[in-house]
Design a protein around this ligand. Structure first.
Ligand SMILES: [Zn+2]
Ligand SMILES: [Zn+2]
Length: 304
């Protein structure tokens, strides 16, 4: 076995002994002796899947996360003209003629109960699959990468926090669902985020609970979604949020109904500003196939 910066490294292709293997970090490691290599391969294939769970290509490093470096590096942060409140993609007159911070049509009509929502990437392809790996396949090590992405997404919000200590509150699952899944993905992501956040101001505060089961939000109108979630959340420890800025954490921002309802409940419990951070976000315009070209995004950013 060879150690490359504390990481076990070898090929997963059985029978072949590669003389040198590159670590993820790009450093070369010494050749493996055949006996040790065989042992390492046996250990690897016993403990770890041999193929990337996203693209199927053989993994060449031992990692607790069965996803290759190419798939991970293909997940890019959202760029371009975004709504300054909810983070939705903004195009056309909204972007071009807005004064000050750009707002999407929805946030111009109604001020959301949260101050600002930030997301790392678009909820599609690799990022969507990575989140599903955690949520539906129970691959918990994915939470670490997702937490790191959340820490990156939060960077633009850091200067907005006035407080030194900010509760990081995961969006809760209903008890039965959490027991079925074995965990709440927002909990795992929030905990991983704390490890990656350089500011050190956030503290894990699971003070929200889901008081009843809610039906799926899919196919419901905006009004129906709000009705579906009304009264579904409660703050278990109001003293932990009263008079404080808080950060609400979830895996995906889809329509914003869930985080809005949580923000409303937190505000009612006395929280000051509620900020929202999610790993991914559904971008309506991208879903419709109207992608913003990078040059156009830059023009819009300049125009805003
Ligand atoms: Zn892959
Ligand atoms: Zn908006």
């Amino acid at each position: 076995m060879a150690l490359g910066r504390g990481r076990l490294v070898f090929s997963s292709s059985k029978g072949s002994t590669r003389s040198a293997l590159r670590t993820l970090q790009g450093s070369l490691v010494p050749p493996l002796t055949s006996g040790m290599h065989g042992l390492a391969v046996a250990l690897f294939t016993t403990l770890f899947p041999s193929d990337c769970r996203l693209c199927g290509s053989p993994l060449v490093n031992i990692s607790r996360l069965p996803v290759c470096e190419e798939c991970l590096s293909s997940i890019r942060p959202i760029g371009g003209g975004l709504c300054g409140i909810c983070g939705e993609r903004v195009m056309g007159p909204f972007a071009l003629f807005a004064e000050g911070e750009v707002r999407c049509g929805l946030c111009r009509r109604t001020q959301p109960p949260y101050a600002k929502a930030a997301a790392y990437g678009s909820y599609e392809s690799g990022l969507r699959e990575l989140i599903h790996l955690l949520k539906y396949d129970g691959v918990r090590p994915a939470a670490n990468v997702l937490g790191r992405m959340l820490a990156e997404a939060i960077v633009p919000l850091q200067s907005l926090f006035a407080d030194d200590a900010v509760p990081a509150i995961p969006v809760p699952l209903y008890t039965r669902k959490r027991h079925q899944r074995g965990f709440n993905q927002a909990d795992l992501i929030a905990r991983a985020f704390l490890k990656h956040d350089a500011s050190g101001r956030f503290e894990f505060s699971p003070v929200l609970e889901r008081t009843r089961e809610t039906q799926s939000q899919i196919g419901l109108s905006r009004h129906q979604r709000r009705e579906n979630l009304r009264g579904a959340f409660a703050v278990t420890a109001p003293e932990a949020v009263c008079g404080r800025e808080v950060l609400l954490v979830d895996d995906v921002f889809t329509t914003g109904t869930t985080v809005s309802e949580c923000a409303r409940v937190l505000r009612r419990a006395g929280a000051g500003k509620v900020y929202v951070a999610t790993v991914a976000r559904t971008l309506k315009l991208e879903a419709q196939g109207a992608r913003l070209q990078p040059s156009a995004a830059m023009t819009m950013a300049a125009a805003s």
